[in-house]
Design a protein around this ligand. Sequence first.
Ligand code: NAP
Ligand code: ZN
Length: 350
Amino acid sequence: MSTITAYGALAGDQPLKPLQITRRAPGPHDVQIAIAYCGICHSDLHQVRSEWAGTRYPCVPGHEIVGRVTAVGAHVSGFKEGDLVGVGCIVDSCQHCEECEEGYENYCDGMVPTYNGPTEDEPGHTLGGYAQQIVVHERYVLRIRHPESQLAAVAPLLCAGITTYSPLRHWRVGPGRKVGVVGIGGLGHMGIKLARAMGADVVAFTTSESKRDAATALGAHEVVVSRHPHEMATHRGSFDFILNTVAAPHQLDDYLVLLKRDGVLGLVGAPSSPHPSPNVFNLIMKRRSIAGSLIGGIPETQEMLDFCAEHGIVADIELIRAEQINEAYERMLQGKVKYRFVIDIATMGS
Ligand code: NAP
Ligand code: ZN
């Protein structure tokens, strides 16, 4: 067992602060990782502030983890000391249900999230990647093939990357398909880059006039400021798929009417209170669907990392020191980050 420094909160209304936590000694199938960088996902904020049900404290968030292997258990065959690796949102699952056998650990009923999930380790729930080190079963460890110089910008791929890649693949985004990405935050900016690399015609939707030019630079063929009804109206009935990453409740009808026949509105944003009910006629009239998607399984996460390495894709990040985490949360709420904060774990001290 080792004692390390982490950043976490003791209650939903308290800021994050340095904490001493313990990690188990690596078991036979475990990989011990010295964490170099960890991205800040909006889910971290939802969870640590108890905006979703069931947060356990102390809460150490963080599921966009990259670093180097420092030790492996006796039965680990896929990794060795010194390897560059990542850990995303999943650190365990039942390993034998249909979902696990098909590589959909993300949909396993026994899936253990990287933080706030059940574990026999201290303190009885998982503690995430805002920490100097983590020990994870090898099945949930990902290989990083990007150059080491890009490591900090690879971190957000472990959640923002896979959460957008998986639905884009599932709904067959590619050449000849018109795709919308709603909300240009951590997830949305990855969605734009990935949909573009997959060959689709990409339209970005933002509430922020200030992101108009930046979204084009990310790869969007067109940018729509969703507050302007006349801009929205020009796209009525034209999309095959719209990926909605917005972290707050809003009117889904505004996007449903932009879908063509059989078009799908894929929701990945997870606001703490529900969206207003959509008008069912907007579904019936053109056989449209509303769907959801949760992160991605381990094989698909590796596929996404390899796709990004091959296409030179990383996140656009702002690297921060550990003591800036609380300030970063406030800026994320105001949409004032282009587009993902990443914590330099070396600043956590000893
Ligand atoms: P983020 O960086 O904060 O981005 C969210 C974006 O939504 C904002 O940048 C903003 O884009 C847009 N937005 C519009 N109105 C908003 C409002 N009132 N409040 C907040 N955002 C608003 O968040 P993220 O890390 O990308 O995460 C987005 C959501 O996905 C969160 O709810 C998160 O919990 C969820 N999530 C889900 C999964 C999954 O597996 N399904 C995985 C990870 C995260 P514009 O300025 O362009 O309008
Ligand atoms: Zn996340």
